[in-house]
Each structure stands twice: as C-alpha cells, then as structure tokens.
Design a protein around this ligand. Sequence first.
Ligand code: IDP
Ligand code: MG
Length: 149
Amino acid sequence: MERTLVLVKPDGVQRGLIGEIIGRFERRGLKLVGLKMLQMTEQLARRHYAVHEGKAFYPGLIQYITSAPVVAMVWEGPKAIENVRKMMGATRPEEAAPGTIRSDLALATSRNLVHGSDSPETAAFEIGLFFNENELIEWSRELDDWLLE
Ligand code: IDP
Ligand code: MG
C-alpha cells in the first residue's frame, strides 16, 4: 500500500478548511495513518521545498508556508500519491479540474491550500521530514473489504 504526505497549508487552516479537506480524503476511502498540527520553521520549509530554491516564487513560498500553522497528514491507499494529486488539482487553481480541492476552494497559485507528494521518492522523503516512525499508526479497518480489491 502506498503512502503520501499531505499538508493543509496555512491558508487552509486560517480559512477553517481543515475538516473539509480531511473529509474529502476520508470519504474517498484513503486511510489516515498520521496526523499533526505544527508551525513550520524556516529550516523545515527550506528542506521541504528545496527543489524550488532559486525560483522567483521561492521567497514568497517560504514566507507563506511558515506564516501560520499547517496540518500534516499521511494518507495510505492504493495509488495514494496519484489519487491525492488528482483530488488536489493542478498547482494553478484556474487550471485545476472542477471538483478538485484547488478548483473548488482556491483562486491563487500562491494560496492553493494543499500540498501532496508527487512521487514515491518525494513521499518517503517528505513523510520522514514531518513524522517519526512511531507517529505513523498501522491499524486495520473493517471497511477495507468494501473499499479495496
Ligand atoms: P505543487 O504544490 O502542485 O506540487 P509545485 O510546482 O511543486 O506545485 O510548487 C510548490 C508550491 O509553490 C505550489 O503549491 C504553490 O504554493 C507555490 N508556487 C508554485 N508556483 C508558483 C508561482 O508561480 N507563484 C506563486 N507560488 C507558486
Ligand atoms: Mg510539488
């Protein structure tokens, strides 16, 4: 089973959309295996977004992601990385498909509500940035017989 890191970014927390965003993944059938609220430090933000260092939007991105608390989650399920990315929608809300989080709830690329890992390698790296192994909970869900192949 695949795991992916999801963040409700500071705008999602400030706008009271934590429950809305968690609810979408929960209703889809993905399984929550890690959850915490934290204030990202500049150091954590720089590590998390290291691939974007040097880009024009990078300073604003670091400012944004550290400007208020985030909610960090690990979701598990078949093709969790791809499924979450599709549910988030494209980076730019105007390009996100209707029905996605960014299309339904956001208007600006610099305030696009959510982060989701984009590959197995980044998922492993990002989960490790936010969670210790003992903070990830393995639990069995009775519903799985009705959700999974
Ligand atoms: P992703 O979050 O869809 O994976 P990335 O290209 O990895 O998108 O960019 C990371 C984050 O940086 C975006 O989610 C967004 O918050 C911010 N960002 C990306 N491009 C721009 C831009 O052109 N202007 C402002 N912010 C941007
Ligand atoms: Mg990205």
